[in-house]
Design a protein around this ligand. Structure first.
Ligand code: C2E
Ligand code: CA
Ligand code: CA
Ligand code: CA
Length: 275
């Protein structure tokens, strides 16, 4: 009998049992991680192309797991979206970013911080954006990065949520632009002020032949629509030089700075203002 039940369960599960068990532990672990502060934010500078100085920071979450070590977000964000933990995680990220922004301000660094918002939340009909937005807008200078895929499932709902967010005074950026299917003409209808070109296009810039044209025309069109353009994945001096010539507004990538834990970010900002 027990054996039969065991079989039934096994049939119901798409994965083998050990993978399922480890997923379960991982999921419970994530809730605990949020409660017990095992999550960490690293910050990657967004550099203004004209001045060469940091104009904003992007907050990127990591899970400092007690036994597994530092786990990158790609390994747990998807799961958190499936389980619904993403809401709690995002609230944690926003609160921590606001707290760190306050600490930076005390050290003389006044910088907006952008956080990544999952498309699952943008598409959620039940999420009370008003409450979170009020808190975010009053307490900090926080922007949101959202991917274009967030719009696909329910464009009308997504647009409504984006309006609530933008009306609260939160700056919106389209993340990973070019990796999805949306056109700039469509994005123009959204209350978005920044376009981040996906790093796939940027990392190919220095070597490829066709991509420079693609990137340049995207920058020009975005400017015509009064959006600022950020290039992410700037990981070579060649890409940096090309993007500066093309009139890209902001630059982000390993060649400029990796995402940094808070203390190293402070060191980075100090050396920048000394120059
Ligand atoms: P993303 O928002 O597109 O973030 C950029 C990712 O590219 C980061 O990886 C960053 O470390 C990496 N990167 C930066 N510069 C370079 C470069 O020059 N070359 C290359 N090859 N990579 C570069 P990370 O931190 O592992 O984040 C991966 C993804 O996880 C993010 O992609 C974002 O979609 C997601 N994510 C991170 N933090 C959060 C969060 O708090 N909430 C949500 N919902 N998603 C998050
Ligand atoms: Ca991002
Ligand atoms: Ca991106
Ligand atoms: Ca991405």
């Amino acid at each position: 009998r027990a054996n039969e039940q065991h079989k039934l369960i096994a049939i119901a599960l798409p994965e083998d049992e050990s993978a399922f068990a480890s997923r379960l532990t991982f999921m419970c672990g994530l809730q605990k991680a949020i409660r017990e502060d095992e999550l960490e934010l690293h910050y990657q500078p967004k550099i203004r192309a004209r001045s060469g100085k940091t104009a904003a920071l992007e907050a990127l979450v990591r899970w400092n797991h007690p036994t597994e070590g530092m786990i990158p977000p790609d390994r747990f964000i998807g799961l958190a979206e499936e389980t619904g933990d993403i809401t709690k995680l995002t609230e944690w990220v926003i609160r921590r970013a606001i707290a760190d922004q306050g600490r930076l301000l005390k050290l003389g660094h006044k910088l907006p911080i952008d956080v990544n918002i999952s498309g699952v939340m943008i598409a959620d009909p039940n999420f009370a954006w008003d409450t979170l937005m009020l808190f975010t807008a009053v307490q900090g200078d926080i922007g949101f990065e959202i991917t274009e895929t967030a719009m696909i499932a329910d464009p009308a709902r997504a647009l409504e949520n984006l309006r609530t967010i933008a009306d609260a005074g939160i700056k919106l950026a389209i993340d990973d632009y070019g990796s999805g299917f949306s056109s700039l003409a469509y994005l123009q209808q959204l209350p978005v002020s920044e376009l981040k070109i996906d790093k796939i296009f940027i990392s190919r810039l220095a070597s490829g032949q066709r991509d420079p044209l693609l990137v340049r025309s995207t920058i020009e069109l975005a400017h015509a629509l009064e959006m600022e353009v950020t290039a992410e994945g700037v990981d070579s001096p060649e890409a940096l030089a090309l993007l500066q010539v093309m009139g890209c507004d902001m630059l982000q990538g390993f060649h400029l700075s990796r995402p940094l834990p808070f203390d190293r970010l402070v060191t980075y900002l100090e050396s920048e203002s000394a120059n």
